[in-house]
Design a protein around this ligand. Structure first.
Ligand code: GTP
Ligand code: MG
Length: 316
């Protein structure tokens, strides 16, 4: 499905302001397609707006939602034309089908000190490489929610990749955020920076930390998931609009209800699970070794590989 320019969010529909949009989301109408597929009567019921206005909104949603038909070949060509960022570890690149893909969200989840941030640093360096060396020749927006951005570490990764560390650091735009509102706004307002600085990678490290600390208890869960949903959709839209890669890190919790296998579950629920194009699970092994499992991918089979976190960065 493709949308006309201009109508992306519920708020872009005529007569739908922020309050009405919230009511729609709270009732499961969380995107334009769902409004397009509903009746004006339903929309009027859940929002309280008049049926005439509801009809206008539904008509606009339908107009903005063209159902496109493509050949399988065209879909394959689009897949193959996606940009990829090398991870500096051959095995991991292969697991990912060539590296971290553009036009989508790659999530890495795992326990503390498992290496999620380290891989983010490596990608922030590698995206600056020219395409023939596994990069995208672009810069980075790094949203740091935990205060763990380490320029010294970027420096050694850059030197390890044969790049000038000052130039590399100059091309990483760090936004240190301390509330979900700041985190959301940084992404909402990212378009200008992306265009002006040719940003090809957005890192949100970590996606959930602030959401978890601000929205506590069952009562707050609904609101948290709604905000999170909008935040993630904006990230996905930036990935599509600018053919850039999004790398998010995520925390885990133990799932005691699970009797077999590894009970470690990423946080964020279905909202994150559905939005992440590619999901990776990293866990510590001996010393500098880390085991990475591809849990979910649009085109590659599940599998595992081992990387090392060395003084020069991520390696096989
Ligand atoms: P949380 O953010 O706490 O959830 O963890 P994380 O998964 O982001 O962990 P992170 O990527 O920060 O990995 C930490 C691990 O990376 C450390 O335990 C070290 O093994 C390794 N590491 C961190 N900094 C360096 C460094 O400068 N040199 C080397 N060689 N290894 C490092
Ligand atoms: Mg971290």
């Amino acid at each position: 499905m493709a949308k006309d320019k201009g109508v992306h969010e519920l708020e872009d529909l005529p007569g739908i302001g922020p309050t009405t949009a919230e009511k729609l989301r709270a009732n499961g109408f969380d995107n334009i397609e769902k409004v397009a597929a509903s009746s004006p009567y339903q929309i009027s019921e859940v929002t309280g707006i008049s049926s005439e206005n509801a009809k206008k909104a539904v008509d606009a949603a339908r107009e903005a939602t063209n159902i496109e038909v493509q050949t399988g070949t065209a879909v394959l060509e689009k897949r193959e034309s996606l940009g990829r960022i090398t991870t500096s570890a051959k095995g991991l690149d292969e697991l990912l089908g060539g590296g971290v893909e553009t036009n989508g969200i790659t999530e890495m989840y795992g326990r503390f000190a498992s290496g999620k941030t380290q891989l983010g640093f490596q990608l922030a360096v590698n995206v600056q490489l020219p395409v023939e060396k596994g990069g995208l020749g672009g810069s980075v927006l790094f949203v740091d929610t935990e205060g763990t951005f380490r320029p010294e570490r970027i420096k050694s990764d850059a030197e390890g990749a044969g790049l000038d560390s000052k130039t590399v650091l100059d091309n990483i735009f760090v936004s240190r955020v301390t509330s979900t509102d700041q985190q959301i706004l940084t992404i909402e307002r990212a378009d200008k920076l992306i265009r002006e600085k040719n940003v090809k990678l957005i890192i949100v490290d970590s996606l959930m930390a602030l959401f978890r600390s601000e929205f506590i208890g069952r009562g707050a869960l609904n609101e948290r998931q709604q905000k999170l949903n909008a935040h993630i959709h904006k990230l996905q839209r930036l990935a599509d609009d600018y053919s850039l890669a999004v790398y998010i890190t995520n925390q885990v919790m133990d799932n005691p209800g699970m009797l077999f296998g590894d009970p470690t579950t990423p946080v964020g629920g279905n909202v994150v699970a559905h939005a992440a194009t590619t999901r990776l699970y990293v866990r510590k092994s001996k010393e500098e070794k880390r085991i990475i499992r591809l849990v979910d991918s649009p085109s590659m089979p599940e599998g595992e590989t081992v990387i090392k976190i060395t003084p020069d960065g991520v390696r096989d």
